[in-house]
Design a protein around this ligand. Sequence first.
Ligand code: ARG
Length: 462
Amino acid sequence: MAQLWGGRFTKATDQLVYDFNASIRFDRRLFEQDIRGSLAHAAMLAKQGILTEEEKEAISGGLQGILEDVKAGRLAIDETQEDIHSFVEAALIDRIGEAGKKLHTGRSRNDQVALDMRLYTRERVLETDRLLKELLEAILHTMEENLETYMPGFTHLQKAQPITLAHHYGAYFEMFRRDRGRLKDIYRRMNYCPLGAGALAGTTYPLDREYTASLLGFDGVTGNSMDSVSDRDYLIEFLSALSVIMMHLSRFSEEIIIWNSNEYQFVELDDAYSTGSSIMPQKKNPDIAELVRGKTGRVYGALVSLFTTMKGLPLAYNKDMQEDKEVAFDAMDTVRDCIVLFTGMLRTMKFRPERMAESAMNGFTNATDAADYLVGKGVPFRDAHGIVGRLVLYCIERNTSIDRLSMEELKGICDKFEEDIYEAVSLKTCVEKRLTTGAPGSEAMKEAIRRNREYLAEEALN
Ligand code: ARG
């Protein structure tokens, strides 16, 4: 006689095992890719004489019907199935009978899921690229409008030298441009079709892998069937690129949080992109920027998670690989939302140029230029550095700035100072004389903007 609880326990355990193993809850996202892959596979099987034309027609019609019905809400994805591949196949057999049972000829779920995930990821790479392009448009627009919006440039978060808002934004333009370059590389490297690899060792059917690949818009086929079913490099590369994007967004967010603080007041966030406090009526918090900064961790987490999943896996497919999906989907969604919201926040944010200029004036950001001025009057740079150091100290003691000192005071410290010093240390002069490539002077910036415009006029990744 079995234990009193035996039957029930076994059944309950079976259910737990089934649920633990099943992936439909999250791989249902691959529904459209799964159908597209199957349509191409069936077309290839017919071309090779493995399916008859009638069988292919029945399969294609069935798959199209399932696709339309699910999209229109007439057919629900059955979550009691193990995964999306099982669901589609079961629904097909349910609709067209015997011919449906032939779809999986020469295919394994291992190469099927490898294909679906590639097709899906490829789309998300393109989407990310498009969103980054919009972000770059917003950044460039602000650059064009702020060639003479002076502000302090920082090192160590200490005021260093004057720059312009255009110049500051230009730095982020470069970062997000590089991010798009990474996406382009990834796309190029990943765009090979794994279908036809079978479970791991190819198949005995005379498949035309190149044909399936061309139907699905791939540049070719993957080279080794074991690698084809167990390669997740492209996902790791994408998660890595997404992590770098988040790192950039997070740095930018941090600046906006600082600029929005009461001490700085360089910017004012639009009401739609900030929130109040339930207790402190004066507050207007930069929540969106903080959330973007905060979400960076979970995207890094996805990368480390998949790296860790993959590191000990022997060839070829192992069920561990099913763990690629949830973290990758979450990272892709997170980055999409962050770019969209961040772009909206930038577009609606107002600058306070007078506050920025005032801040640049009051932090001795023109000290280097004062020293350069003395160099122009024949003082060796090292001596000039010392003289201006004393000048700064003199100003600090009197709570004033270099440009507000009288000629007498200036001469008292160094007799090389002449009337033209005031012009030489004005914010405008300090910025405008910086004309090396990539520097903030407006002539140099105009050139950068021209290059950026030209770049954005190029085709997007696709
Ligand atoms: N749900 C599985 C995954 O995502 C599909 C592949 C299943 N293959 C297998 N041999 N059980 O990895």
